[in-house]
Design a protein around this ligand. Structure first.
Ligand code: USQ
Length: 377
């Protein structure tokens, strides 16, 4: 919708993985969201703009290749005087949850197969059929882990015995999911070195929020909002917990620091990266966060928003189900996206109060039983 609204011809490919996983694992949603086909129809009715939807599985190599070599997928775009091959592919087709990947060997395997197979199929399809296409891949800040030195944007110059070389910044994922993201970075880095592909890797931190420019047009255009342990990210979870008088679930000491961004900025970052593509033979890496917070700081902010609305919010430190540092150094650089024009929406008290009011308005949909299941690392 963000790209369509800005005049791009957009083709979306999805296999409903996330929805099916939410059903299978019975995760609950803050509000219902129409499926992709109905949302594309709604978008057309509301704006007159067309988004082509293709339902299929990108782990199927021939299916992925068909997206690039079948003209029929682009007939409609061609009629708009556009390209027969996509200028850009935004690769979001990965299983995104760390807890999902740690439930057991089966879900770990599904995460590895889905994430690496889809990335490999895309890389080969672009190399063979559309080598000028710019791949924008969603990476994660969690690839770096929490090292005791500053985190650079993707690369580190290493001096060793008097000689120097630039390498990918050392990676150490904290879950099978994060480890697949390290492996797909490596795969695409190989494609860049070997075939001169052009790739941007966006190292995204945990996202919060659900309001976008499009959801203002019609609330049915809002994105999925998970608050459960598997697909919910921390700030969204805390806000929902506060809305139903559930003590905020701080894992362990709560000193875990991460880089966050508002959902409004996610597509802004992708768009700026699209406007200024990576060069051929370049793997360009941006740290896609706008500010850092500890879990405790987010809990305190949620408590403060509750107080502003006359709600008492309790904080509970529970035994950490994850294996992670709970008190650590964290100093990532995040300048690259600002340099290409991203203007961040920072986390304000107004945002927190507004988000809590929205969660309260959906209170009847919130299920306490899905908030904590204790998936152990
Ligand atoms: N945490 C709590 N209480 C909770 C949930 C989480 O204290 O109820 C803590 C976690 O232990 C962790 C931090 O909050 O230290 C962030 O957890 P999260 O569940 O919000 O995020 P995470 O599992 O790391 O994964 C999310 C997205 C993933 C993305 C990643 C960016 O699901 O797709 O890649 O954020 S990052 O964290 O930078 O790796």
């Amino acid at each position: 919708m963000y790209f369509s609204d800005r005049g791009y011809d957009v083709v979306v490919v999805d296999n409903y993985f996330r929805r099916k996983a939410c059903d299978e694992l019975d995760t609950g949603l803050l509000y219902p969201v129409p499926n992709l086909i109905d949302r594309a129809k709604l978008w057309h009715q509301l704006t007159g703009k067309e988004i082509k939807v293709i339902i299929g599985d990108l782990t199927n190599d021939e299916f992925t290749r068909s997206l690039f070599n079948s003209k029929s997928n682009y007939d409609w775009a061609l009629s708009n005087n556009s390209h027969a091959q996509p200028t850009t592919v935004v690769h979001y087709a990965e299983q995104p949850s760390a807890p999902y990947s740690m439930m057991n060997y089966k879900y770990a395997g599904l995460t590895i197969t889905n994430n690496l197979q889809a990335t490999n199929n895309l890389m080969w399809a672009v190399k063979d059929l559309s080598p000028e296409t710019h791949i924008i891949k969603l990476g994660t800040m969690g690839e770096y882990g929490t090292p005791n030195i500053d985190i650079e944007e993707g690369w580190l110059v290493v001096t060793h015995k008097g000689r120097e070389q630039k390498f990918l910044y050392p990676r150490q994922g904290g879950s099978v999911y994060h480890t697949t993201k390290i492996m797909d970075t490596d795969l695409l880095w190989f494609g860049v070195r070997n075939w001169d592909l052009r790739v941007t890797d966006l190292m995204q931190g945990p996202v919060y929020g659900n309001e976008t420019e499009e959801s203002k047009i019609d609330p049915r255009l809002k994105t999925l909002f998970n608050y459960d342990e598997i697909f919910g990210t921390i700030l969204n979870r805390f806000i929902v917990q506060a809305a139903i008088d559930y003590p905020l679930s701080v894992y362990g000491k709560g000193g875990q620091k991460r880089g966050f961004l508002n959902i409004k900025d996610t597509l802004q970052c992708v768009h700026k990266a699209e406007l200024k593509p990576a060069d051929k033979g370049e793997l360009r890496i941006f740290n896609q966060i706008t500010e850092t917070f500890s879990v405790n700081e987010l809990a305190t902010k949620t408590q403060k928003a509750g107080a502003a609305l006359g709600i008492k919010v309790n904080i509970e430190h529970i035994e950490n189900p994850r294996k992670e540092l709970e008190d650590h150094y964290y100093n990532p650089t995040y300048q690259g996206l600002v340099d290409i024009g991203v203007v961040p929406h920072l986390l304000s008290d107004e945002y927190m109060i507004h988000a809590l009011e929205e969660a309260i308005s959906c209170k009847d949909n919130i299920r306490r039983d899905v908030i904590f299941k204790g998936i152990k690392w």
